[in-house]
Design a protein around this ligand. Structure first.
Ligand code: SAH
Length: 312
């Protein structure tokens, strides 16, 4: 694509809510567009969100999971992994430490293991909100029934992160076991929104079988959902999963997605994610932060547990 058509494509994204597929696809597939897209996204970020980078303290509360997402290192079928669940006191201590380091949002993330975590999470959320009322609590604990989401919301949880992973139905089926379904995940996003959570979603870039058209579907879905937060990261092959031998997502494509997301969702919070830093190094994370992203999520998981939280 010529410099001129790149710029006119970017202008279209800036000025219209529904740029045609070839415009978005053309930018996504052009490695030379990365710099200009990032520069345009950075300007929008500065104008709408300011130059300040928000920090969210991430606490990975459990690597136990009942699900079997084909890409995920903590899937139930991975028997090689030593499993842990942090105790109530360990989570609260990690959050207090994060608070002492300036964090005013905690993100409690983990696998899906309702038996262990449902009531504990309720109690932890209550305690965090009671002892640090000026901090926000974000949960990222997967698909749960409406009643559990409601209980956690009533306990004080403010936000919820649940990536849709991929919007295309056939592609969704190819990344997940038959026991999981996309409709339930979308139902969860609706429930969370209805309950008044600030909702975050997002997708994997470069997951096995992903086509450019799938990414365009993801971008349009997100724009329609209009979430408060959008987290995306490159797929990274994880040991002891069915996708262990697949190739990783592309850092440049991820950066172009981050930039386009900013242009399409000027007011959303968009993190420069850990997966991006893992695959592309600090340089890639820096580029995201100068290309539309405005959030980082440093880990406050206790070191022993951190070693075992192997998503990839
Ligand atoms: N159980 C929770 C938290 C999942 S972990 C939930 O379902 O939301 C958070 C995110 O890590 C996932 O949403 C997924 O997008 C990402 N992830 C999992 N495996 C990955 C991999 N192999 N490469 C890159 N990202 C991965």
């Amino acid at each position: 694509m010529s410099l001129q058509s790149r710029n006119s494509h970017i202008d279209l994204l800036l000025t219209t809510a529904d740029a045609p597929d070839p415009v978005i696809g053309g930018l996504l597939s052009d490695p030379d567009a990365t710099e200009e897209l990032s520069a345009a996204a950075h300007q929008v970020r500065i104008a709408r969100k300011g130059s300040h980078t928000k920090q969210r303290g991430l606490i990975e509360i459990t690597n136990r999971c009942l699900n079997n997402c084909l890409y995920c290192g903590i899937r139930a079928a991975n028997r090689t992994l030593e499993r842990y669940t942090l105790s109530h006191n360990e989570i609260v201590a990690a959050a207090k430490y994060a608070y002492s380091q300036g964090m005013r949002t905690f993100v409690l993330q983990g696998g899906e293991n309702p038996a262990v975590t449902d009531t504990m999470v309720t109690d932890v959320v209550r305690e965090l909100k009671r002892t640090m009322p000026d901090a926000a609590v974000t949960l990222s604990l997967g698909e749960r029934p409406y009643d559990i989401y409601r209980t956690w919301r009533e306990a004080g949880a403010d936000r919820y992160l649940l990536r849709h992973e991929t919007y295309n139905p056939a592609h969704y089926r190819s990344l997940h076991p038959a026991a999981m379904n996309r409709e339930n995940r979308l139902r969860c996003l609706d429930d969370l929104t209805a309950l008044g959570y600030r909702v975050g979603t997002g997708f994997l870039v470069g997951s096995p079988g992903q086509q450019l058209s799938h990414i365009i579907e993801d971008l349009r879905f997100i724009q329609l959902l209009n979430p408060g937060m959008i987290g995306i990261g490159p797929f990274i092959p994880a040991a002891n999963t069915p996708f262990a031998d697949h190739k990783a997502g592309d850092v440049g494509l991820t950066l172009r997605c981050v930039a386009i997301l900013r242009l399409m969702n000027p007011d959303a919070d968009i993190p420069a994610t850990t997966a991006l830093a893992t695959l592309g190094g600090p340089d890639a994370q820096q580029k995201a932060l100068c290309g539309g992203a405005n959030v980082v999520m440093p880990k406050f998981t206790p070191p022993d547990a951190r070693e075992l939280y192997h998503l990839y």
